[in-house]
Write a protein that binds this ligand. Structure first.
Ligand code: ZN
Ligand code: ZN
Ligand code: FE
Length: 761
């Protein structure tokens, strides 16, 4: 008989995802012989049989592979016939798995879910059911390779039935490392607020009852604890906000299923896919008018952060009695999420009334990821659980570099070969706990990549914690990278661009090489350098940090710039500031440049305009005014206001928005609707971006535009810019898998440092 033998090398996410048993089952089904084996760099399979069957094999692998598997490359080689009689799984060779990607945690799969609710199944209502296609991964790993002994499942001995599944190549739980059942696996325990065990034969049932009566729960999840309450209860939400010192910041909710989501929010097919994906991020969705969720969950904003349940325990909790639970990361203000039972008991004391815990340790802190959909694409705002540690593929092989990120929304990034490995969201580096998490993350990233880069990239800001840490971490080389340059190169790296681009970096603030606060930047940038072609206007922030929390002060400074001495009367008319003594004081500190730093951050312009419109005088979290201005403009379109581009003496272009501010005031005085003014303000910004883009193209001939910075989380701004700049004949690149906010800058820092090192040789 005519036979053919082919060897395939599969690269990508092919270990720990059931890939080998899948290849085994497929080969056996098709009557092929040969073997499949894990290799340090991926999976190798040799198949032998009739040429037509062998030729069709690769397509079948691609079509039918397990849900968590992801092939980046396949190499195939024709071989001599060996006349194998069977198909075998050959056990891993001992060289280790250094280059094999660890998989992220995955939501409970449909098969496990139907077993969970099947009274005849031996895992009926077992809160830790999982299989090769789902369950914890990164968050239970202690060391490589990914074997049970190296996970927090190592202390649970498999019972005979679980062991039989684990060893059977045709079983869905073949080598499912966290495999467990009620006989041999982890268990739930219910504790009161002081950590005393609460007797219950059914902790889930008891927890549901207590949640229904308005209690606050700390519930152990995959990458950390959540604080959970009934999302339909005003009192519970108020109590949680009070105890968590979180007055207005939106809270995420977990909703039973897609049908229940539709009752609460508008959801497009793209968004449904995102919600139901194995990654299960929190997805920002537009609220329905008459939903049953309390208005206190996300006051003043049109969006709700919604996720579907992703652990068996969450499915059990949401089964009957709630359509939605508030599920917010369990932490104190600005601190990292809790993972240990004892840690939770001490750090959440006084916040949680009860604790629903278990004895499977979480080894890696991983917050819920947050995403939205814009211009038909996924947009990450926080990339953590479900996505980490899947690497971002780069366009070429880079020298090994570690980047430490910035000060807020910090992440770390290690470049290895042609991949960028980004850490879970670490957060704001303000508390000692966050700094501990910073060290934890470094250990994790080095373990994941099995590397210890001695070239370290960090921000230019001398006072950032990460900049100080960089110098302590290496004796070799620290490369400091400007914040907005890092933003733009992060966008380039994600889109696999090389060479010069026109970069629009729009955010709150970042340290400029001239020592001023940059933030509305038009850069001509490449991996190795940038020139500042232009920037948004520098605004005076009267009172410095105080002005960030009290945007009415920025409103005053905008008026003063636009009207000169006449500003006081307008401020009085707009009710922005009515106290003469206060106005005189502001005049004095602005003129005398006392406690009044300059910033050209777009975030601050948003704050100031929101204050002028009368949206709010003060904010309780960064970006609040901007979110509300966006909310106001959503669904309204209005023409842009005037602005002027100024340029002299080869200095960077300066966008002058005094005329914009005067037009805003004129519309306010003409009693135009706030929605109209907010929409016109958004249109103005898009118009400014397009006009600056044209100037940059005229000067350089470049046509590729990269959009980055936290302001591009504003959907109106992002979609409007992509459309307008694109229609002007530019190729527009934006972020998708990497956040456009400061969570993405570690990637840019790493690529810049690596490119500079390469250039130096
Ligand atoms: Zn499963
Ligand atoms: Zn068992
Ligand atoms: Fe930034």
């Amino acid at each position: 008989m005519n036979l053919k033998r082919v060897r395939y090398h599969f690269y990508g996410m092919v270990q720990g995802v059931g890939f080998r048993p899948f290849v085994y089952r497929l080969a056996v089904k098709k009557g092929l012989t040969g073997f499949v084996q894990n290799r340090p760099e991926g999976v190798t399979a040799e198949v032998e049989g009739p040429p037509s069957v062998v030729d069709a094999f690769l397509d079948l692998v691609r079509q039918e592979m397990p849900p968590l598997a992801h092939i980046t490359t396949v190499e195939s080689t024709n071989l001599e016939i060996i006349n194998d009689k069977t198909f075998k799984i050959i056990s891993s060779n001992a060289q280790g798995h250094a280059d094999v990607h660890i998989t992220p945690d995955a939501a409970t799969c449909p098969d496990c879910l139907s077993e969970l609710f099947d009274p005849d199944n031996r895992r009926y209502r077992y809160p830790f059911i999982n299989c090769t296609n789902c369950g914890p991964r990164l968050t239970i790993i202690n060391a490589l390779p990914y074997d049970r002994a190296n996970t927090s499942m190592s202390c649970f001995d498999l019972c005979p039935q679980c062991l039989a599944e684990y060893e059977n190549p045709s079983d869905r739980r073949f080598h499912a490392e966290p495999n467990a059942c009620a006989v041999c696996g982890p268990r739930l325990t219910l504790l009161d607020g002081d950590g005393n065990a609460v007797e219950s034969s059914d902790p889930v049932r008891t927890a549901v009852d207590l949640l229904l009566s308005g209690h606050i729960f700390a519930i152990k999840g995959l990458g950390g604890f959540h604080l959970a309450i009934d999302a339909g209860s005003d009192e519970a939400v108020q109590k949680l906000r009070l105890r968590k010192y979180r007055e207005e910041k939106p809270l995420a909710i977990m909703v039973r299923d897609i049908d229940a989501v539709r009752q609460i929010a508008r959801v497009t097919p793209d968004e449904e896919d995102l919600l139901a994906s194995a990654q299960r991020p929190i997805v920002l969705l537009q609220k329905n008018e008459n939903n049953l969720i309390t208005g206190l969950i996300a006051p003043g904003v049109p969006n709700l952060g919604i996720m579907l349940p992703y652990t068996p325990l969450q499915h059990l909790l949401l089964e009957k009695h709630f359509s939605a639970l508030v599920m917010t990361s369990a932490n104190q203000v600005d601190e990292p999420i809790c993972i240990g039972n004892r840690e939770a008991l001490s750090r959440l004391k006084g916040i949680a009334d009860y604790f629903l815990v278990h004895n499977r340790d979480i080894l890696v802190r991983c917050d819920d990821s947050i995403a939205f959909s814009a211009s038909g694409k996924l947009r990450m705002m926080r990339r953590s659980r479900g996505f980490v540690p899947q690497p971002i593929p780069l366009n070429k092989i880079f020298p090994s570099v570690l980047a430490l990120g910035g000060e807020l929304k910090t992440t770390h990034c290690i470049l290895k070969d042609n991949f960028a490995f980004m850490s879970p969201h670490i957060g704001d580096m303000e508390t000692p706990q966050a700094r501990d998490f910073f060290s934890e993350s470094l250990t994790l990233m080095k373990r994941i990549t099995q590397s210890d880069p001695q070239i370290i990239a960090c921000d230019l800001h001398p006072a950032y914690y990460s900049s100080q840490a960089a110098r302590e971490l290496t004796s070799e080389k620290v490369i400091q990278v400007q914040h907005h340059h890092a933003h733009i190169v992060s966008c380039m790296a994600e889109n696999q661009l090389e060479g010069d681009v026109l970069g629009l970096a729009m955010d709150g603030t970042g340290y400029g090489p001239d020592g001023t606060a940059w933030g509305g930047e038009f850069l001509i940038a490449s991996e190795t350098g940038f020139t500042r072609f232009g920037h948004l206007p520098y605004l005076v922030l009267p009172g410095g940090e105080k002005a960030v929390r009290e945007p009415w002060r920025i409103g005053v400074s905008l008026l003063k710039t636009a009207y000169g001495p006449a500003w006081q009367e307008i401020a009085r008319n707009l009710n922005l500031c009515t106290d003469q003594a206060q106005m005189d004081l502001l005049n004095k500190i602005i003129d005398g440049k006392i406690h009044s730093p300059l910033s050209c951050g777009l975030g601050r312009l948003f704050d100031g305009v929101a204050a002028l419109i009368g949206l709010r005088r003060t904010v309780s979290f960064e970006g609040q005014a901007a979110m509300e201005l966006e909310a106001l403009a959503t669904g309204t379109s209005a023409p842009p206001y005037p602005f002027i581009l100024l340029q002299k003496d080869n200095e960077p272009y300066r966008v002058d928005t005094a005329s914009t501010i005067r037009a805003v005031v004129a519309d306010l005085q003409a009693c135009r609707s706030k929605a109209h003014i907010a929409a016109s303000f958004h249109s103005t910004l898009i118009e400014i971006f397009a006009a600056m883009g044209s100037e940059m193209r005229k000067a350089t001939g470049l046509t590729r535009v990269a959009l980055s910075g936290g302001c591009f989380q504003n959907k109106i701004l992002l979609e409007g810019s992509i459309e307008k700049i694109g229609s002007d004949g530019f190729e527009v690149y934006s972020h998708s898998r990497v956040p456009s906010n400061d969570g993405g800058i570690s990637l840019g820092q790493a690529v810049i440092a690596a490119a500079m090192i390469e250039n130096a040789y």
